[in-house]
Ligand binder design. Structure first.
Ligand code: ATP
Ligand code: MG
Length: 364
């Protein structure tokens, strides 16, 4: 990564979250940490993918609206700064919906359905075979979410890698088909040789896949296994306290830390890694160390991470906080629409759809 200096336009970063619930520890280590690191050096766009929340929760529009606001509160509490980064509401960026249609023409249907992340979601969220057409369509829509900002990097968790790969394929296909980019050029040279879209790169976080408190699945808002950034110390204690340590043993029996998800959390959240190594050593030997002891150390570490986040979050509590958040979303989305409309116009020109130039008006 080579950030540009102040005199040049900064490269862009895009990522986002679906408002299917509040943010959890998986978001923090999988993507938010990277966002915080990037927001000074890059032009960052953080998208609230509220349209995509309807793919699994069309009957819960009120909750989606609530979660949209709560996620922004989580972002602000983590340190996302709306002065430096642009917060964007997907449903008020019409260019995203339009590009989604164009991109849907460029991806074979079977290619979408083979996407392993979609398959896993269908299984883990018990969607059976009655999910709406819009569910697989979200994978196409996500290509538009990303490419509408023509970003260089997309900070995401591991589960998103297949989506980003599909997005890269779509960008190449578009540029080759409509902008006559030579298919043999390097990915990095697409815009230089006339392409509208860069080929963006995924930036996987420090922890690509944080396991949930169930010790099995990816920590996920929809799977009831999440430790939320807004959980109270008591809730954190209860959730970690109830984790199954992967084996049943007494404090003086040898155990295997590698199959114990609590140790996975210890590796990730306890800063003093020498202390973790010692705990593991004692655990392996059965040196009078119960699972409760390890859990307590992890609970303390998680609460230490969450304490300042809780404090900042409290500043946005209640209806006054909601109003502040709505204002931030509205201002960010207005800025985002300038870039999005520019991209859409470029894409339409390449597709010979430049009949006339439209202007969006944002009356508020
Ligand atoms: P849902 O259950 O509704 O899919 P989610 O918990 O998977 O919700 P998303 O909004 O889909 O959350 O994901 C937002 C971002 O956080 C993505 O970049 C995703 O890869 C990342 N992410 C989500 N869960 C984890 C996790 N457990 N570990 C690491 N990264 C994660
Ligand atoms: Mg997800």
């Amino acid at each position: 990564m080579t950030p540009k200096n102040d005199t040049q336009p900064r490269d862009r970063v895009l990522t986002g979250d679906t408002p299917t619930g509040r943010l959890h520890l998986g978001h923090y280590v999988g993507s938010v940490e990277n966002r915080l690191r990037l927001q000074d050096e890059y032009e960052c766009y953080f998208l609230l993918a509220n349209m995509h929340a309807f793919t699994t929760r069309a009957d819960k529009s009120e909750e989606i609206r609530r979660d949209t606001i709560e996620i922004v509160k989580d972002w602000l509490a983590c340190g996302i700064d709306p002065q430096r980064s642009t917060i964007v509401l997907q449903t008020e960026v019409p260019a995203i919906a339009e590009l989604s249609w164009f991109f849907a023409m460029l991806i074979p249907f079977n290619r979408v359905m083979r996407n392993p992340t979609l398959k896993t979601e269908i299984e883990s969220k018990n969607l059976g075979d009655t999910y709406p057409f819009g569910f697989p369509m979200y994978a196409v829509g996500q290509c538009a979410d990303i490419l509408v900002f023509r970003p260089k990097y997309v900070p995401v968790g591991e589960d998103q890698a297949p989506h980003i790969e599909m997005c890269r394929e779509v960008a190449r296909r578009f540029d080759q088909l409509f902008c006559h980019v030579d298919p043999h050029v390097d990915d990095a040279d697409y815009p230089k040789t006339g392409g509208v879209f860069p080929i963006p790169e995924a930036l996987i976080g420090r922890v690509g896949r944080l396991v949930g408190a169930d010790g099995k699945n990816k920590m996920s808002k929809s799977l009831n296994n999440a430790i939320y950034l807004s959980d109270t110390p008591k809730q954190v204690k209860k959730k970690i306290g109830a984790m199954y340590p992967g084996q049943s043993r007494n404090p003086d029996e040898p155990g295997d830390p590698d199959i114990n998800p609590v140790f996975e959390y210890a590796d990730i959240f306890i800063k003093d890694q020498a202390a973790v190594a010692e705990l593991k050593d004692r655990y392996r030997k059965g040196d009078n160390i119960g699972d409760g002891h390890i859990k307590l150390a992890v609970i303390d570490a998680v609460n230490e991470l969450l304490d300042p986040i809780r404090t900042r979050r409290a500043q946005y509590a209640g209806a006054a906080g909601d109003d502040l958040v709505l204002d931030i979303i509205r201002q960010g989305t207005r800025r985002a629409n300038v870039v999005a409309e520019e991209t859409l116009a470029m894409a339409k020109e390449a597709m010979n759809l430049n009949f006339w130039r439209r202007r969006l008006s944002d009356d508020d």
